[in-house]
Design a protein around this ligand. Structure first.
Ligand SMILES: [Fe+2]
Length: 213
């Protein structure tokens, strides 16, 4: 049986992979950087994917910050929609956990996490036609849709870089749940539009709170 050549490595006949020989041929040094400051684990992580992952971390933190602000508003004693207050602090915690998970993933892949500044959340709850709860929930749907676009951009970057592992991670962990979140929040918008401000919103808030116990 003739010897086989795989990726420039001459292997014994009938063999398809010799890890030691191949690692030596591609250069162990090439695979594992020796210079300080470079991640040893980094393997096939595209620069654009690294950037987009870092952006996703910052987007999740910004969402968390905004939901925190919303929760603080609904928990005010002159607003006292405590169901929404609880709902938004849970959303805030969930987004912060997503930010941490994305950071951990990026570090696992040998990337670097670059945290940016957060914008002060500025909301206008006084819009007379909607009322505070509907205004907040409509804003939430819009923000979740924007976040979906960011995750989609990350998934597209992974596709372009042929990084199937990253694509699978984004799709399973972020795109699928994001679709469910958009649907759930859209239903809340419909319910708030149906019940109106005042007593209707108060009842919506009570039901929301009872569901979270
Ligand atoms: Fe989200």
């Amino acid at each position: 049986m003739p010897a086989a050549e795989v990726r420039g490595v001459v292997l014994e006949a009938g063999k398809i992979f010799d890890p030691v020989k191949e690692a030596e041929t591609v250069g162990v040094r090439g695979m594992i950087p020796e210079e300080g400051g470079k991640a040893l684990a980094r393997h096939r992580l595209d620069d654009n994917c690294e950037r987009q992952l870092s952006n996703a971390v910052n987007v999740a933190y910004s969402m968390s910050y905004t939901f925190h602000a919303m929760s603080s508003f609904f928990r005010r004693d002159d607003v006292a929609l405590t169901g929404l207050g609880k709902f938004y602090i849970k959303r805030s915690t969930a987004e912060r956990e997503d930010a941490l998970d994305l950071s951990r993933y990026l570090l696992r892949r040998g990337g670097r996490v670059k945290l940016m500044g957060l914008c002060q959340p500025k909301m206008n709850y006084d819009e007379p036609s909607k009322g505070d709860a509907l205004y907040a929930m409509e804003l939430t749907v819009a923000m979740e849709k924007l976040q979906y676009e960011k995750y989609l951009a990350l998934s597209k970057a992974a596709e372009e870089a042929k990084d199937m592992e990253l694509q699978d991670y984004v799709c399973t962990k972020y795109l699928h749940p994001q679709v469910k979140l958009i649907k759930k929040h859209s239903e809340y918008v419909s319910q708030l539009r149906r019940v109106g401000k005042g007593q209707g919103t108060y009842l919506f808030d009570r039901v929301l709170k009872s569901k979270m116990k």
